[in-house]
Design a protein. Structure first.
Length: 106
C-alpha cells in the first residue's frame, strides 16, 4: 500500500535539539556550526543551519542528547528564509536508534 509518497525505509523521530555540524568548504577549510536538529531516523537526519552545504559533501553530526555522533552525506539543502534546511544520509557505518520514549515525527 502506498502511503502518500513517503519512500523512507525508517520512521523519522522528533529531534528538536541542538547539534554540531562539521564539514570542509570548497577551499578545503574546516568549518563548524551549531544546527537545530529537526528529525532523525536510523539512516539519516534533517537539520536547520545558518549557511548552505554542498550536495554530496560529507559532514560530521553530533548531538549529545540524542547520543548521535557520526557522518552523513548531504542529500538536499534548501533555503528557508535566512536559514538552510539540510538532509543527510548516514554513511560509514553510522546509524541511530531511538530511545523508547521518543515519538515519531509528524
Amino acid at each position: 500500500m502506498h502511503d502518500g509518497g513517503n519512500i523512507r525505509r525508517h520512521a523519522r523521530f522528533d529531534g528538536r535539539t541542538v547539534a554540531q555540524v562539521v564539514w570542509q568548504d570548497r577551499l578545503g577549510r574546516d568549518k563548524w556550526a551549531k544546527a537545530m536538529l529537526l528529525d532523525v531516523s536510523e539512516s539519516g537526519a534533517r537539520f536547520e543551519m545558518p549557511e548552505p552545504l554542498e550536495l554530496r559533501s560529507v559532514v560530521g553530526l553530533t548531538s549529545q542528547p540524542l547520543r548521535l555522533n557520526g557522518q552523513g552525506t548531504v542529500r538536499f539543502c534548501k533555503r528557508e528564509g535566512n536559514k538552510y534546511i539540510v538532509g543527510v544520509e548516514f554513511v560509514g557505518g553510522c546509524s541511530w536508534k531511538p530511545r523508547t520514549d521518543q515519538t515519531v515525527a509528524g
